[in-house]
Design a binder for this molecule. Structure first.
Ligand code: HQG
Length: 179
C-alpha cells in the first residue's frame, strides 16, 4: 500500500510540476488543475486513483508537495515546477543562513557560476542542514553549501517561501556561498 502511494505521489509530481500533457491535462497559469479532471484523466491513463486516496496523499505527503485551494476543487504542486507557472509566492525576508545540498561533481561549476535554477523555476534552498543533506543525498555523497541569505537580501535579491516551507530564489552568485 505505502509503495503504491509513493508511486502515485511521484506520478502526481510528474503531472503537476513537469508534464501535465502526459495525461492530457492543462494547468492554469497559477499551476492549478481541476481535481475531478485530474482524477478522471489519471484513471484514463490506467492508474487507479479516487478522491479519498488523493486527499490522503495531499495530507500525509512527507514534504507537503501538493495543496488544494480553499473549496478543494483545485490542486497544485507548491513548488518544484519546470513548467512555467506563476505561484504568486510571497516575497519574504530570509533567515541569516539558508542551505543547499548538492554533490562534489557540480562544485566546480557552482563555484564559478553560483547556484542556477537549472531546469526548475527557482533555486531551492532550505532553512536547515538536515533537509539540505537529504536533497544532496539524492545524487550521491552530499555536499552542504551555506548561503549568506541575509547578505543577499541586503543586496536586494528577492526570496520567496513556498507553501511547504522551501525557500526559493532566482540565482545565488558564488560570492554568497560558503562551504
Ligand atoms: C545543481 C526535491 C552545475 C544543484 C528536493 C542541483 C528539492 C548546478 C542540481 C527540490 C549549478 C539541480 C530541488 C551550476 C545548481 N552548475 N550544477 N551552476 N547550480 N546546480 O533537482 O535543489 O522531492 O533541480 O546543486 O528535495 O537538487 O522533488 O534541484 O544538484 O527540494 O519535492 O543542479 O527537489 O524535492 O537539481 O532539488 P534540482 P535540487 P522533491
Amino acid at each position: 500500500m505505502e509503495k503504491n502511494l509513493k508511486h502515485l505521489s511521484k506520478f502526481l509530481s510528474l503531472i503537476l510540476r513537469h508534464k501535465p500533457e502526459t495525461i492530457g491535462l492543462q494547468l492554469n497559469e497559477n499551476g492549478w488543475a481541476n481535481v475531478q479532471e485530474l482524477i478522471s484523466k489519471i484513471n484514463q491513463h490506467n492508474t487507479a486513483l479516487d478522491s479519498e486516496t488523493l486527499n490522503h496523499i495531499v495530507e500525509t505527503n512527507d514534504k507537503k508537495r501538493f495543496a488544494f485551494n480553499e473549496d478543494k476543487t483545485m490542486i497544485r504542486a507548491s513548488q518544484g515546477h519546470s513548467v512555467e507557472v506563476e505561484l504568486n509566492l510571497k516575497e519574504m525576508q530570509p533567515p541569516q543562513f539558508l542551505y543547499h545540498g548538492t554533490v562534489q561533481a557540480f562544485m566546480e561549476a557552482i563555484q564559478k557560476e553560483g547556484l542556477k535554477k537549472m531546469s526548475r523555476q527557482h533555486v531551492h534552498l532550505s532553512n536547515n542542514q538536515e533537509t539540505a543533506t537529504k536533497v544532496g543525498s539524492r545524487r550521491g555523497k552530499p555536499v552542504i553549501l551555506i548561503i549568506n541569505a541575509a547578505a543577499m537580501h541586503a543586496d536586494s535579491y528577492a526570496f520567496f517561501l513556498s507553501d511547504n516551507g522551501v525557500w526559493l530564489t532566482d540565482h545565488v552568485p558564488a560570492q554568497y556561498i560558503q562551504l
